[in-house]
Ligand binder design. Sequence first.
Ligand code: FAD
Ligand code: NAD
Length: 468
Amino acid sequence: MPQPNDLIVIGAGPGGYVAAIRAAQLGKSVVCIDKRGPLGGTCLNVGCIPSKALLDSSELFEITNHRLAKHGISVGKVALDVAAMMKRKDHVVKSLTDGIGFLRRKTKIATIHGTAKLLAPGKVEVTAADGTKSVLEAGAILLAAGSEVATLPSLPLDGKQIVSSTEALSFDAVPPKLIVVGGGYIGLELGSVWARLGSKVTVLEFLPRILPLTDTEIAGLVQKSLAKQGMEFHLSTKVTGAKIEGGKVTVQTEASSGNATFQADKVLVAVGRKPSIAGLGLDTLGVKTHEKTGKISVNDKFETSVKGIYAIGDLIDGPMLAHKASEEGIAFAESLAGNYAHVNHATIPSVIYIWPEVASVGQTEEQVKESGREYRVGKFPFSASGRAKCMDESEGLVKIIADAETDRVLGVHIFGPRASDLIAECVTIMEFKGSAEDIARIVHGHPTLSESVGEAARMAWLGKAIHV
Ligand code: FAD
Ligand code: NAD
């Protein structure tokens, strides 16, 4: 066991491995422990990367099947090879997890494969796969153990027909019918993958709307768009039980419109994730967690209620996103090295990689309204964008919310082609406390999708755009 250390990192996800690399770059001796073989955590192994690989593959399938003809391109019969699609996805994952191994060696971070548990401040017990135990000591311990799937008592997972996102990333064939419980990020992304590949997808959502944290107007547009793509939505619907019989799953539900049953070949349960705190030994040491969410409480230096023990990423407050975990990892390492560091949660972008994409930063219109602030909204539809027309991608819009008095940008919500890339400009402007006028006066190349961001800003600033 490598000893002594400045820092022990528990968890090699985008929070933990990034914190380890930055701390090593700043001269710290670091050991990183993970119970999973390949490095990269949920994100690289069973999260962001495999889901985006399948979203990209299934999008190509959808375009080839339904959209090439309009561009004057005809193809013969299009065939789907699910095994080859999965093999490519696995290859993408492996090349990236191997890449982290390379970075780890370059920065001389010791990695241990095992399950970690806090014994005391500065002391961690590691249990290897064969049950062998060892103890590591260090000046600081960073908890970066991430999150795990949240489940429903009425719908226990069996890993074959009632599954979590992990199994839904590796189905070996397209399920003719798929029920998705939860109309959030995972439900819509993985629902899109299988719907594009030919599954009849039905989404059962507990709330009266999908995407509860997204701007309501945008969430409504998303639902309409996905319904047009063939997905069926049942809102305000509570799952009360499920039965597996004859290879099919029957899901019972209660809704204000009446009780109903739905049948499918597979059910994906995507009702959120919870922090992975079980077995970390938090109770013995008195590390405080929030009663309701189970998330670990930290101060502005990511230190928990116990001196020398820190936490970042999905374990602490804020959105459960990989880039948030990584930025916290960097800020933690810099602060440990005595530098000033800070992560601005108000400007963390979020992206939903359905098609068209959804990207947001800052407050939703509902949040701004609730704050009592006077505001202006500028919208620009992609149907008025030259580039979107050339791409045959004119669905959606850019929505910019600005303070009525100061013109400061309070929130940006984009539903449209390449929204994931367009949001970066808005994040920058918001980080620099910029205004709608700032965005409107920036020169946007022509013809680009980014002109729509400029036009929406002009709408928020002046109430007039040039092209609508
Ligand atoms: P994790 O990535 O969860 O890593 C924690 C690591 O700690 C794991 O490897 C685990 O094995 C290890 N660990 C846990 N307990 C112990 C222990 N006791 N001892 C040793 N090791 C331990 N986010 C985005 O930003 N963009 C996306 O597109 C996106 N897509 C997603 C798609 C899916 C299907 C899922 C499930 C998630 C997605 N996310 C996405 C969320 C993202 O994966 C997480 O927010 C991110 O991985 C959190 O990083 P983390 O480092 O905090 O934890
Ligand atoms: P989520 O919180 O995004 O969505 C869960 C949905 O399930 C919500 O709409 C919620 O109202 C609904 N729900 C809760 N209980 C229910 C019930 N009993 N019956 C029916 N519906 C119910 O959670 P998720 O989709 O599981 O994803 C987990 C997290 O992973 C996300 O919040 C996000 O932080 C992260 N993630 C991010 C991305 C991305 O960045 N593109 C992609 C996937 C996951």
